[in-house]
Ligand binder design. Sequence first.
Ligand code: GTP
Ligand code: MG
Length: 339
Amino acid sequence: MRITTRCLLHPNLVVFHKQDLLRSIVLNATSTKSVEDTSSITENLSTDTIGMSSPKRFVNNSLKRKKSLTAPQWVKLNVEYNSSYGTPLPKEMTKANEFFNKAKVEFEWGVTSFDSILSEIVRKKLKVRDDGNQISKNGTKKFVGKTNIPFKLINGLPEITFLGRSNAGKSSMLNNLLTQLGCRKLTDEARMSSRPGFTKTLNCFNIGNKFRLIDTPGYGFGSKFDQGSLTMKYIENREELVRCFVLIPANQGFTNLDLQILNYLKGIGKPFEVVFTKMDKVKDINILKRQIEDSGIIDYATLPKLLFTNSMTSKNCPKRYGITELRHTIMQSCNMLVN
Ligand SMILES: Nc1nc2c(ncn2[C@@H]2O[C@H](COP(=O)(O)OP(=O)(O)OP(=O)(O)O)[C@@H](O)[C@H]2O)c(=O)[nH]1
Ligand SMILES: [Mg+2]
C-alpha cells in the first residue's frame, strides 16, 4: 500500500497521510473475515448494540414483518469496497454508536465568510502564547481584555466536513448521524429541504465537546459562487479540519463537478472519504458499481473509504443503513477509537 502521495499544487512536496497510517494499523490489527461474516457483524451491531430492538420483539413479530426488515442487497457494499481496511472491531462500532446516541449537540456558528469564524478572528487578533497563559482553564471564561469570545469556541476540536453538490443530502446526513439508530424520523439539528441550494452558510455543530461537524452549502445547481469560495477557503485554511466526506447521491452518480472536487482534495492532500447517499433510491446496484469503476476513485493512492447509506426509510429500506460505519469512520478520523 502506498502511504504517500505527491501534492499536485506543490509537486515537490510529498504528503504523508495520517489516514493511510491509520489504515495500515487497522489492516494489521484486524482479522480478515469473509464478506458474509463482516456484514452480519455490521447488521447485528446496527440493531443489537444500541438496544433499540430486543430479541423478544422479533420473536413476536409476524413473518411478514421479519421479511420487511431484511437488509437490502446494497448494504454489503460497505464491506465489499472497504475490504482493505479489515473488519471494524465490534467493540469500536458499539463505542461509536453509543457516543453518537448520547452526545450533546450544540449549534455553535453559521457564517457567510471564512474570516467571520470566531476562532479565525481570535487567531488574527491574538497571538496565543504556547504556555496558554491567556487562556482560562475554565471553558466558560473569556479572553480578558482582548475579545469576548468564549474559550470553548477556540478550543481547537477536530472538525469534520460534509461536501457535495446541492441536494446531495449533506444536511440530512448530519441529522442522520445524530438520530438514535432505531428512530425513523430524523432529528432536525440541520435544516433540510428538497430545494437545491438550501444551506447557504457554513454551519458548525459541536458534538459532545469532542469534535465539530461542519455542514456546507452545496456546489453546482442552485448554489452561488460566493458559497463555493467560502467552502474552498475553509478547506484550504482551516487548521482544525481533519477529514472531508464527499457526498454523492447514489441514484444520480458522479457529475464532472464531483470528480473535480475529488481530484482537488487529492491534489491538495486533504484526507477524504466518499459517502453515497440516497441508496434507497438506487434500482440497480450494478449501474452504480460501473459508475464507481469509471470514476477512478478506487484507484486513488489515498484509498478513500466508500460508504453506502440512506437517510430516509421506506418499505424496501426500513432502516437507516451504513450509518454505523460512517459514525465509526468519523470517530476514527478524530482519534477517538484509540484504546
Ligand atoms: N430518499 C432519500 N431522500 C433523501 C436522502 N437524503 C436526503 N434526502 C432528501 O434530499 C433532499 C435534500 O436533502 P438535504 O439534506 O437538504 O440536501 P443538502 O445536500 O443539504 O442540500 P443543500 O443544502 O441544498 O446543499 C431532501 O428532500 C431530503 O429529504 C436519502 O437518503 N434518501
Ligand atoms: Mg443543506
